[in-house]
Design a protein around this ligand. Sequence first.
Ligand SMILES: Nc1ncnc2c1ncn2[C@@H]1O[C@H](COP(=O)(O)OP(=O)(O)OP(=O)(O)O)[C@@H](O)[C@H]1O
Ligand SMILES: [Mg+2]
Length: 300
Amino acid sequence: MNACLTKQILRTEPPAPRVTATNTTATPAPAEAVPHASPDASLETEIRAPHLIEISNLDFYYGEKKALDCVNLTIDANRVTAFIGPSGCGKSTLLRCLNRMNDLIDGAAVRGGTIKIGDADINAPGIDAIELRKCVGMVFQKSNPFPKSIHENVAYGLRIQGIRDRAEIARRVELSLRGAALWDEVKDRLNDNALGLSGGQQQRLCIARALAVEPQVLLMDEPCSALDPVATGKIEDLIHELKTRYTIIIVTHSMQQAARVSDKTAFFYLGRLVEYDDTRTIFMNPANPQTEAYVSGRFG
Ligand SMILES: Nc1ncnc2c1ncn2[C@@H]1O[C@H](COP(=O)(O)OP(=O)(O)OP(=O)(O)O)[C@@H](O)[C@H]1O
Ligand SMILES: [Mg+2]
């Protein structure tokens, strides 16, 4: 792990519960929501680092086409943030900016603004994108397990990290599968091919694979769009559990899903951030008529 980047990211601890005049019902973060901090550190955290991710004036292009236009957004640690908006508005593009997956696309580039995760400017010359992706894991719309055993799918990232101790790998594979609420379903068939799992199980396996390398942030791009309601419910329950330990950003076309799983919601249109607020406000009392029209299904 890039010690420099990790240190910079770890320096930002999750926020303590905030109580403001307009947010008096904020539920306190559970104790385990501060995995790296001592109890005394949480108060300091509130003052020092309320946000884990800070996106400032971000402009992003595919060749000459501007896909993100001056996006400003701050994302809270240990919360679920939903990105919503009509097809082509830039949700996936912004998600991929957060772990620099867009680096892999020819002609795609950030041409203005910054993204900070913790204290690190992730587009700064010293930041290694591969190391960044260990801290900022991603789960895609279509589950994409490797055509290998269930065990190997999860162990893969650990081996890349240079871990060779078989007992340690087995321990972390189990931990990750438990973390992804899949262990009980697969513990007796760890050597079976992952492609034999159901779609919902494959998606949870991909979540386990992402968790194995112990990221801080989990990006999910429409993780349930290919799943039935039961499998979707399992992933949503899982998201609730995971947010005590991870900062989660989910792209979804389902307004119900955004309302169920997220704490905050960002509405995008044509590459711009139109409105960003507590999920309840976005759905019950949005400030912008465009947001209101979208969340009530009148366009998009
Ligand atoms: N690899 C690419 N090359 C060129 N243009 C792209 C590429 N990927 C996305 N775009 C364009 O950038 C804009 C934003 O696309 P993006 O995929 O981020 O939208 P989205 O909000 O995720 O849409 P959807 O809901 O359909 O997934 C669109 O106009 C799209 O055509
Ligand atoms: Mg998309």
